[in-house]
Design a binder for this molecule. Structure first.
Ligand code: ADP
Ligand code: MG
Length: 328
């Protein structure tokens, strides 16, 4: 199978909203009047972002999911994406499930594949997504990292820490019952981008970011961009880990300390962390219901720079939890 057969067979579909899709030198997108284009790229490298043994359908899903998560964090509506793919060989047994997983998630979000590039090389997947954000009265409705204000509440969607639990089990560092692993593994291999929540939070959240590297690190970006600090209640944060209670009960080397470290710095969860004024609590609850996505309030933005973690008694913890940094 040649390069062009490969593209035609696995990555070409009739465009729906795009003015022009795969097949010419450029794709053409037509954003609706009164909108801005939101653009983001994410690259997945074998051995770095995924295990070589992963199911290709899950990999296709995840490659797009991590990009949709960036659109969600900006409150952007998915429009289209491009796929730059480096492959060691044109293997239908890999390409078929990969494109199936990828395009199934694309269909769920009405996000069309409009172009890309295909080359031989080590397995490497780079996606660029395009989304739309309305401009109302000359003001972009995009959620930014820079909008958090002292006194705002801090929220996290869904659950955190389970993807990291699965990774540690894969690495042989922990052992948990099969059912706990299965649940955690879905979080690691098939993350759910919180697109509907991001849209519902437009005009409600003051700032947002998605959690890819770990809660503390990603929240840290918001605090820095906003020129503020924060206090996180660890007793609330720990409730974010869906598999914690069962993992603790199984006593396969998993402790409460692991749970907290996974929640605060685990990474790979693709949840949204966002801030909103206390006066917006009802609006946040309404956004959560509309998006059918749980949100948990875990702390407060403060004027004083830095991140302080307090336990249930309000005592400040001094332990540091580093988040993932590729070059640290
Ligand atoms: P060019 O050399 O002009 O950049 P290519 O020959 O690389 O174009 O690609 C031919 C067409 O196929 C282009 O429209 C390109 O966007 C598209 N394409 C290439 N690889 C992919 C891919 N992996 N997924 C989707 N479209 C692709
Ligand atoms: Mg090319």
């Amino acid at each position: 199978m040649g390069e062009f057969d490969l593209i035609a067979r696995y990555f070409t579909r009739k465009p729906a909203r795009a003015a022009l899709g795969v097949g010419d030198d450029c794709a053409l997108l037509q954003p609706r009047p009164g909108t801005q284009l939101a653009i983001s790229s994410d690259m997945l490298v074998e051995g770095r972002h995924f295990l070589s043994t992963v199911n290709p359908a899950f990999l296709g899903h995840k490659a797009l999911a991590v990009n949709l998560s960036d659109l969600a964090a900006c409150g952007a509506e998915p429009l289209a994406f491009t796929l730059a793919l480096s492959l060691p060989q044109a293997d239908p047994a890999w390409l078929e499930p990969f494109s199936r997983g990828l395009l199934a998630l694309a269909d769920t979000h009405g996000c069309e594949l409009v172009g890309g590039d295909t080359t031989r090389g080590p397995l490497n997947i780079c996606i660029t997504v395009f989304g739309e954000v309305p401009v109302v009265g000359g003001r972009s409705q995009a959620l930014l990292r820079s909008g958090a204000r002292a006194g705002d509440d801090i929220y996290v969607s869904g659950s955190l820490g389970d993807a990291r639990l699965a990774l540690e089990v894969f690495r042989g560092k922990l052992s948990v019952p099969e059912a706990v692993f299965a649940q955690a593994r879905v979080r690691m291999e098939q993350p759910t981008p919180r697109v509907a929540l991001g849209l519902a939070l437009r005009g409600v959240a003051s700032a947002a970011v998605d959690v890819s590297d770990g809660l503390l690190g990603d929240l840290g970006h918001v605090l820095k961009a906003s020129g503020v600090g924060a206090r996180i209640d660890t007793a609330l944060a720990i409730t974010l880990m869906a598999t914690r209670a069962e993992a603790l009960a199984s006593a396969g080397g998993f402790s409460e300390q692991h749970g907290l470290a996974f929640v605060l710095a685990g990474g790979d969860d693709y949840e949204l962390v966002f801030t909103a004024a206390p006066s917006a609590r009802d609006a946040v609850a309404a956004a959560s219901r509309a998006a059918q996505t749980t949100v948990t309030r875990i702390g407060q933005v403060e004027a004083e720079a830095g991140l302080r973690m307090v336990d249930a008694q309000g005592a400040v913890l001094d332990k540091s939890y580093a988040s993932f940094d590729h070059f640290a």
